[in-house]
Design a protein around this ligand. Structure first.
Ligand code: FES
Length: 281
């Protein structure tokens, strides 16, 4: 059993848990994820590791209540226990001698971006970040990102905080101004990663994306996270979730995301006792 040591509401429907999981904390690397189950026989859900502390033996996960299981997860409180908390899984990301990097996080993507920027900051790199959300209320982990960045740009789609517009607008400006980076890391909705990777490509800057959103069970068996990278078939949960953004077939990936939508909506509808409007969406 794994205890929830702390629970925070980061935004409406976005929650953060700090979990007592010393063995996972000791081995965790940026980019990896865990699989948890609320109870025996429950659904397995993969969640990105948003932070870890080997000394304290804690692992931080951030999740959005979007489906039946994540809604149930969100009802747990500090002091409650999870049946399973397995990890770290996936390939960890290692950075070599980066002097200057740009990290871009959109929406929930800010959470998996954080451990990567944190390690780059610890390694002495100059870290610039662009984080964004639909609206000010949905912007998460701003203070943590600022703490590991030399410069941070904030964007909201509706202009309620920072720059009015998408994070890609700032990315474009920085590159047009002649800014150079050893690597650009982009994590967010697939459409954001697709557009941002297209912007960086002509500049020849190595661009990393993280495909956490397409993982379903995180075990390498369901096939839900299959993606074509540089013409080869890969599985985000086994071979990733981080990949070369210039090689990912995003159009195929976005089609795949639609695959489970009907089942998810049906499960969510049942969970809400049939009183919701989700079946009409
Ligand atoms: S999430 Fe099921 S195979 Fe990767």
């Amino acid at each position: 059993m794994f205890q929830i040591l702390d629970k925070q509401d980061l935004a409406p429907s976005i929650k953060q848990f700090v979990i007592d999981a010393p063995l996972v904390a000791q081995k965790a690397q940026p980019g990896q994820f865990i699989i948890l189950r609320i109870k025996e026989g429950g659904e397995r859900i993969p969640l990105t590791i948003a932070d870890y502390d080997a000394k304290q033996g804690t692992v931080t996960v951030v999740f959005q209540e979007v489906g039946k299981t994540t809604l149930e997860l969100g009802t747990l409180k500090t002091g409650d226990y999870l049946a399973d908390f397995v990890g770290p899984l996936g390939e960890g990301v290692k950075f070599k001698n980066h002097k200057k990097v740009l990290g871009i996080g959109g929406g929930l993507g800010v959470a998996p971006l954080y451990p990567k920027l944190k390690i780059l900051h610890q390694q002495g790199a100059y870290v610039e970040s662009i984080i964004g959300a639909k609206t000010a209320d949905l912007l998460i982990m701003e203070q943590q990102i600022k703490a590991v960045s030399n410069k941070t740009h904030i964007c909201t789609d509706d202009g309620t905080k920072g720059r009015h517009g998408f994070v890609t607008v700032v990315l474009k400006e920085l590159l047009e101004q002649g800014e150079k980076y050893d690597e650009i890391i982009i994590i967010g909705p697939p459409i954001l990663m697709k557009i941002a990777a297209e912007i960086t490509k002509p500049y020849g800057i190595p661009t990393m994306v993280s495909l956490n959103p397409i993982m379903v069970d995180g075990t390498g068996m369901c096939g839900g996270c299959r993606v074509t990278v540089g013409g080869e078939t890969k599985f985000a949960c086994v071979d990733g979730p981080a990949f070369d953004g210039h090689k990912v077939d995003f159009d195929e990936l976005m089609k795949r995301l639609q695959t489970y939508k009907t089942e998810e909506t049906t499960a969510l509808h049942k969970h809400k006792g049939g009183n919701c409007k989700c079946h009409q969406q």
